[in-house]
Design a protein around this ligand. Structure first.
Ligand code: NDP
Length: 255
């Protein structure tokens, strides 16, 4: 690890990191030297994930809260203030999927998907950025987008609207925070093998479509997002702001 990518002495909060992409990113940042804070909705799975990292010798702590709950997010940051924990890096990764055609979609389901995938990134990053700006230390915000930040697919309209919003929220954060030495960027993963996609993996027709329409001809693995996350968390990206980097095996590059 060169100094450029070294995260020693930095503390990273990764939302939705009890499993899946978030856990892989937390482990990747810890491997690069960061102290990581794991999160999810369930205290037991957050504690298990934290134990897994600590047993490997990494610096990790866990805090369960719902990222859509403004008061719970504020409480978490207030507790870290009391404990002397300064969050230098935020990865807004928590997300959900919900599949239904737009004409059948209930407003409550639309709202839940928008709140979890988009509004939460604003709530969490706002708390972090207020502190980064007050400290004058700068920081990093990484929002997790999707292929649907760029392109639509049927039956995931709310998710597509939220992830498209993530791309523009990232730019809005850059517009306001870059002058405080905060770099806000996004990662757009392609189809990655996690719990979120298990039903799609098990669907032979969908699995075949993923493999035939992607030039890499395979699903991605959560670990394959780590390099980009470490880069965007580190000094190496000190003049990179407002970008979304797609890690998709080349999917968006082809027709
Ligand atoms: P998973 O379903 O495997 O994991 C989602 C994580 O988010 C879980 O840890 C879950 O916590 C947490 N979470 C969900 N809702 C909340 C909430 N309200 N508050 C706190 N934590 C919450 O998803 P993935 O790892 O596949 O996806 C992670 C991110 O990557 C998402 O933003 C997703 O949209 C995005 N993405 C995923 C792709 C893929 O192919 N997998 C492709 C493109 C983007 P709990 O365990 O408590 O439920």
């Amino acid at each position: 690890m060169t100094t450029l990518f070294d995260l020693s002495g930095r503390t990273a909060l990764v939302t939705g990191s009890a499993r899946g992409i978030g856990f892989a990113l937390a482990e990747g940042l810890a491997t690069a030297g960061a102290s990581v804070i794991l999160n999810g909705t369930r205290a037991d799975t957050v504690a298990e994930a934290t134990d897994r990292l600590e047993s490997k010798g990494f610096k990790a702590q866990g805090r369960a809260f719902d990222v859509t709950d403004e008061a719970a997010v504020a409480d978490a940051f207030a507790q870290w203030d009391k404990d002397g924990v300064q969050v230098d890096i935020v990865i807004n990764n928590a997300g959900i999927q919900f599949r239904k055609p737009l004409v059948e979609l209930e407003l409550a389901d639309w709202q839940r998907v928008i709140d979890t995938n988009l509004t939460s990134a604003f709530i969490v990053a706002r708390e972090a950025a207020r502190r980064m700006i007050a400290r004058g230390t700068g920081g990093k915000v990484i929002n997790i987008g999707s292929l649907t930040s760029e392109s639509a697919r049927a039956t995931v309209g709310a998710y597509t609207a939220a992830k498209g919003g993530i791309k523009m929220l990232t730019r809005a954060m850059s517009a306001e925070w870059a002058s405080s030495n905060i770099q806000a960027n996004a990662i757009g993963p392609g189809y990655i093998l996690t719990d979120m996609n298990q039903a799609l993996v098990d669907n032979a027709a969908f699995d075949a479509w993923v493999k035939s329409s992607n030039p890499s001809q395979r699903w991605g693995k959560p670990d394959e997002l780590v390099g980009t996350a470490v880069y965007l968390s580190s000094q190496a990206s000190s003049y990179v702001n407002g970008q979304i980097i797609y890690v998709d095996g080349g999917w968006l590059a082809v027709l």
